[in-house]
Design a protein around this ligand. Structure first.
Ligand code: HEM
Length: 390
């Protein structure tokens, strides 16, 4: 049995974070597992091995989803960072309010909000799409869902971004964001049901805790996970929707003519530009992958974005094909930890795509601005210069 190939690539280098695709292609060619001493990780590069690792929680533990020990410690005991059987219980409480049945009641409201927001932007004729749509819309949806009011609402974006940034290695971005992620943590450990709007899902979670339906202290933790995992990712996804629909002029016409294409189109956005490119696991034993071994106790980097562009799995992976419908993409993970909020994320994105396609024929966008992020890859600014109404 051999050691995996080694590369001097640093996954968290600014240039790599801005555009990881070329580096992913290099690593995939080196092998399904590549040791990266610069980050002290074993990177899984190909679709099959990444999906296999996500399913195999007995070999690939969630005890280290982050790339620094402080963040892992802070997450200990949460659903995200635990393995079955503890995880199974925590996840049940977490997902109760995110099931298709629970979300059915929100669908009409979310669609109406998306439509109103898009109508206003079409009226304006030009706008900066990240602030005006990609951030504004999910922030409003999640704030209403949890029942946030006042200053917490204003802090959601900062807190949500910081919660993802601190999962990186101990670089400057991580250090700068720890105090902000700490504000979220402190708020979640003090918040009570009375702080959240009456009738909101958030208030319901605290009521469940008061009834003893979920363990004491679980309610604050659930809110923490909704905010930490559900804000920055969805903002990135909606920004990517706008950018990719603007870059492919026939796309809005296609989904207007055939709205059944919308779920598949969003899958393709997530495959092509996944909000989360890299995510952690730690090996619980020596793990053999195609004649090579990852030693026990090693930090693993699951390159979700690389799996999504693996030519062994997707034909012509570097093309954005609206009708591909890659329902098995890895952007939401897979297996026991597969994104608990994907129903909500889909509801939001489908509503935005539907509203855009109803009201807009073509979006003319200027150059997008990106800044490097440790875990989330998102567009920072996207000027829409002209809207051609449908
Ligand atoms: C497009 C948007 C989103 C993306 C790309 C995304 C991505 C992911 C990924 C990759 C995982 C797997 C983590 C792992 O395997 O360890 C995950 C888990 C999770 N996501 Fe999402 N997510 C999104 C939206 C949301 C939303 C809106 C929420 C909640 C309101 C949410 C809540 C969660 C939670 C709670 C988990 C942990 C589940 C568990 O530990 O079992 N996510 N997400």
């Amino acid at each position: 049995m051999n050691a995996p190939p080694t590369s001097d690539i640093d996954l968290f280098d600014d240039e790599v974070l801005l555009d990881p695709c070329p580096v992913h292609a290099t690593l995939r060619e080196l092998g399904p597992v590549v040791h990266l001493p610069a980050d002290d990780v074993y990177a899984l590069t190909r679709y099959d091995v990444i999906r296999g690792a996500l399913a195999d929680w007995e070999s690939f533990s969630s005890a280290s989803i982050a790339f620094n020990p402080v963040a892992d410690q802070a997450l200990a005991g949460t659903s995200l960072a635990s393995d079955p059987p503890v995880h199974t219980q925590l996840r049940a409480a977490l997902t109760e309010n995110l099931t298709p049945r629970a979300l059915r009641g929100l669908k009409g409201r979310i669609e109406a909000k998306a439509d109103a927001l898009v109508a206003e932007l079409v009226e304006r004729g030009s706008f900066e799409a990240v602030d005006a749509l990609a951030r504004a819309f999910p922030l409003e949806v999640v704030a209403d869902l949890i029942g946030f009011t006042g200053h917490v609402r204003d802090n959601m974006l900062r807190w949500g971004q910081a919660a993802m940034q601190v999962l990186g290695p101990m670089n400057q971005r991580t250090a700068d964001n720890f105090p902000i992620a700490g504000e979220l943590y402190a708020w979640c450990s003090e918040v009570t049901g009375g702080d959240l709007a009456e009738g909101s899902v958030g208030r319901g979670i605290f009521d469940a805790e008061a009834r003893g339906a979920i363990p004491e202290g679980a309610a604050g933790q659930i809110i923490h996970q909704y905010l930490g995992a559900g804000v920055d990712t969805t903002v990135a996804a909606i920004g990517n929707v706008v950018a990719l629909f603007a870059a492919h002029p026939g796309a809005l016409d296609a989904v207007r003519t055939e709205p059944a294409l919308i779920p598949g189109a969003f899958n393709e956005v997530l495959r092509y530009w996944p909000p989360v490119n890299v995510w952690g696991r730690v090996t619980t034993r020596d793990v053999e992958i195609e004649e090579t071994v990852i030693p026990a106790g090693a930090q693993v980097a699951l390159l979700l974005g690389s799996g999504n562009r693996d030519p062994r799995h997707y034909e012509d992976p570097d093309s954005f094909l609206l009708e591909r419908n890659p329902a098995d993409h890895l952007a939401f993970g897979y297996g026991p930890h597969g994104c608990a909020g994907q129903g909500l994320a889909r509801l939001e994105a489908h509503a935005v795509i539907a509203a855009l396609s109803r009201r807009v024929k073509r979006l003319v966008a200027g150059d997008e601005v990106r800044v490097p992020g440790n875990v989330t890859r998102a567009i920072e600014k996207l000027p829409v210069l002209q809207v051609v109404p449908a």
